[in-house]
Write a new protein. Structure first.
Length: 312
């Protein structure tokens, strides 16, 4: 049990959480994940002073050490979120998450001494950004092994005692009650069939007056509506509701949140999401109609991204 769970054990359904974690840890036994833990073991050979691995840090390493850092990082699967910097090494991820952070950070309240949750945190990019405001603690959850492995890689350099990562999903948020001053729920809600239920689980996990930052793929329009794709959306199978920003706002109002405000609502471009040598595979350009970039490959409206902030 980590220190976060020990502190809040009276407000967490620990038997359920422990059961899920036990099952999810077994994912490391799958062939595609077996190398992750062995790769992380190689980090022990790399000595470092602590620094935040987001850009514009002052870290320095000699050439040989940088080569080893890069080799280890590239062996930790594809990098979706970033960028990160170690000395002269740039981990140029598929998503330029710094652009999203610039859009949302001004809308967030002061995070100093706050207890925060990042749902679907991937490798923890936004956790490391929030860390700069000296929160009390940040819990990031994501049930994917390579995400935990990448977080542990980054934490080797950051060494922040108030950062915690657990292999849990959005489904486990209902097992937390009245703990968090703020929750980030970004890029998750369109993957689930019951958005209102998901929002209410976040509400339960928040303290009174705590904030929820909800971010999603969206479609254009002022009406409070959502696209419900028959099959795939931008080549993704597990997409249910793709709302307008107005629809997102009304979801939060229906769930009895207050002070609900749209933070941003913008077309997603390949300036923010693209293939790099660190990401591999396909990216936004491959998901759009090659003859009409205003449509997905299936003929749906091309993805926008929007964020809404609200308070319990």
């Amino acid at each position: 049990m980590n220190d976060f769970f020990k502190k809040y054990q009276s407000q967490i359904n620990l038997p359920e959480i422990t059961s899920v974690l036990s099952k999810n840890k077994k994912k490391y036994d799958l062939p595609q994940n077996k190398n992750l833990l062995n790769t992380l073991e190689e980090l022990r050979k790399i000595e470092t002073s602590s620094f935040n691995p987001t850009p514009q840090n002052n870290s320095t390493f000699d050439d040989e050490t940088l080569k080893n850092i890069e080799r280890i990082a590239r062996n930790l699967s594809h990098w979706r979120k970033g960028p990160f910097v170690m000395g002269e090494l740039l981990i140029d991820s598929e998503w330029r998450s710094n652009l999203k952070w610039e859009r949302i950070k001004k809308s967030l309240p002061d995070l100093k001494n706050k207890t925060l949750l990042d749902i679907g945190c991937n490798n923890g990019y936004f956790m490391f950004e929030m860390l700069k405001q000296n929160p009390k603690s940040i819990l990031g959850i994501d049930p994917v092994p390579y995400c935990e492995a990448q977080f542990n890689f980054l934490q080797h350099f950051c060494q922040a005692p108030n950062l915690f990562f657990e292999m849990l999903g959005i489904e486990e948020v209902k097992h937390f009650e009245n703990i968090f001053d703020g929750i980030l729920n970004m890029g998750i809600i369109y993957h689930h069939p019951n958005p209102i239920e998901q929002i209410k689980h976040c509400q339960k996990a928040l303290k009174k007056d705590g904030f929820l930052l909800l971010e999603s793929i969206t479609i254009a329009g002022n009406e409070s509506i959502a696209l419900f794709p028959e099959d795939r959306y931008a080549k993704m199978r597990n997409v249910f509701f793709v709302p307008t920003a107005s629809c997102m706002k009304n979801w939060l109002i229906k769930a009895k949140f207050k002070h609900v405000e749209i933070v941003f609502d913008e077309l997603l471009t390949n300036e923010e999401q693209r293939v790099t040598s660190w990401s591999g595979g396909a990216s936004l350009e491959d998901f759009l109609d090659p003859t009409n970039k205003n449509l997905t490959i299936e003929g749906h409206p091309a993805p926008r991204r929007a964020a809404v902030i609200a308070y319990k």
